[in-house]
Design a protein around this ligand. Structure first.
Ligand code: PA5
Length: 446
């Protein structure tokens, strides 16, 4: 993975509207304290996701499960929300492609289709249950707490649907991914002998994509999960340095923090130049927003901080958001999420009688056009004084995707230290949960 920050700096931008060398020096001067804090808190168990690079036992268990029971099904249905769904969708789309479910059995090499149901929109749930054959489905219910209202409601609906078709055989079509000890799902697994994998207690929901939460669905559709973890280890190894400018995650997050708090660039856009990485943008939005949007800092002082993440896709959003990015308020940074080698390319053929103004396209490839568009957008932003940087994956292999996912998680963990907030809690989500619970219990509510 390649990270290029030069367009975050003032000398690369027309008008000198980026970070100046003194701001970068200030970041470098603060880095040893930030790194020491991250290390101390890691030692105290807070940064549990950093231990996910090595999970031999979990990988063996997941692989065994996927090769055994998993093979008897041609559809995997994941029920979960937030961190229990977004990472799975990101991995699936990146590594199996957005059109995976439309491929026939042979094109999928007989790996199952995969549907992630995260919302409780009745029309999506009803449509999925109409489409999927209950006799051929494996349902993976994912909830770290084991009690989230949306996921549990889906579970009850799906359980009844399975039982209607399969009677007592329904439990053989279920696998839970939840806390190893606590919560309603774990209790149900114990009571009914339902297969269940453990989410490591030290790993928070939105940091769990490389735990059994994301690894089991990935393995079930034929992703080599050892490769995902090898990539994660590569990102962890790159972060094992005391040198600020050599530490990709601390540097990227430090520059975003400085742009936000020093220059008013409060909106952080992640613009993927790959359809396969579109869902990584949604996953990143949750990670960045829920981790950094906080009322109080680590000392308990009221600060109301947090950048606003925004996901975009190139080249599509060049015909939509880019107008705002280039000419709108000077309140954004853009991170281009690119891919050096898409794995395949499509030639743009010429043809007789082509109007002269279209001749420039012929003889190139769609991949070449996409890359040219990305570079042109970065340059257009720079000429308009807009900060951007590039995170470029070498390719769309499991290893590269695992590396990118771990990079953004590390960056978010470091951002917590730059902002001085706890990147692992989400107290703001709790009030909404309590009010939903109260509304559902109100007499007469249907
Ligand atoms: O990051 C988080 O902690 C949340 O987004 C959770 O993932 C989400 O609320 C779902 O929680 P659970 O996995 O407990 O059902």
């Amino acid at each position: 993975m390649r990270v290029d920050h030069h367009r975050m700096l003032d000398h690369a931008l027309v008008g000198g509207t980026g970070l100046d060398p003194r701001q970068v020096e200030a970041l470098a001067a603060r880095f040893p304290a930030v790194r020491a804090e991250v290390r101390r808190r890691t030692g105290e168990g807070e940064y549990g996701f950093t231990a996910l690079g090595g999970q031999e036992a979990a990988v063996a268990e997941i692989t065994r499960f996927a090769e055994g029971v998993g093979q008897a099904h041609d559809h995997v249905l994941v029920l979960g929300i937030g961190g229990s769904a977004l990472g799975t969708r990101a991995v699936l789309e990146a590594l199996r492609g957005p059109g995976w479910n439309e491929l026939d059995d042979e094109a999928r090499e007989f790996w199952p289709r995969l549907t992630v149901l995260d919302n409780v929109d009745p029309t999506s749930v009803a449509a999925a249950l109409r489409r999927i054959d209950p006799r051929r489905v494996l349902v993976n219910v994912v909830s770290k707490s084991g009690g989230t209202a949306e996921t549990m409601a889906q579970y009850l609906v799906v359980r009844a649907w399975l039982e209607e078709a399969l009677g007592s055989g329904a439990t053989r079509h279920l696998v839970f991914t939840t806390d190893p000890e606590r919560g309603a799902l774990r209790e149900l697994a114990r009571r009914e002998g339902i297969a269940a994998l453990a989410v490591p207690p030290a790993v928070g929901g939105r940091y769990s994509v490389l735990s059994p939460v994301g690894l089991l669905p990935a393995a079930l559709v034929g992703v080599r999960i050892e490769d995902l973890l090898r990539g994660a280890r590569r990102a962890l190894a790159a972060a094992d340095t005391d040198e600020f400018t050599a530490h990709p995650a601390a540097l990227w997050s430090g520059l975003q923090w400085a742009a936000d708090t020093g220059l008013g660039r409060h909106i952080h856009v992640l613009m993927a130049y790959s359809d396969r990485l579109r869902a990584v943008g949604d996953w990143f939005c949750q990670l960045w927003a829920e981790s950094l949007g906080k009322r109080v800092n680590r000392e308990g002082a009221v600060v109301h901080v947090g950048p606003t993440p925004l996901a975009a896709v190139g080249a599509v959003d060049q015909h939509s958001l880019v107008q705002l990015l280039v000419e709108g308020p000077l309140d954004k940074t853009v991170t281009f999420l690119g891919v050096a080698d898409h794995g395949e390319d499509v030639a743009i053929p010429g043809r007789d009688g082509l109007p002269a103004e279209l001749a420039y396209l012929a003889g190139h490839t769609l991949g070449g056009l996409l890359r040219a568009e990305r570079e042109a957008t970065a340059e257009a932003l720079a000429r308009a004084g807009r900060m951007s940087c590039l995170v470029e994956l070498a390719d769309l292999s499991a290893e590269s995707v695992g590396e990118a996912l771990m990079f953004f998680q590390l960056a978010t963990g470091y951002a917590g230290a730059w902002y001085g907030v706890d990147p692992f809690d989400q107290p703001g989500v709790e009030l909404g949960k309590r009010l939903t619970y109260a509304a559902m219990r109100r007499p007469g509510f249907v």
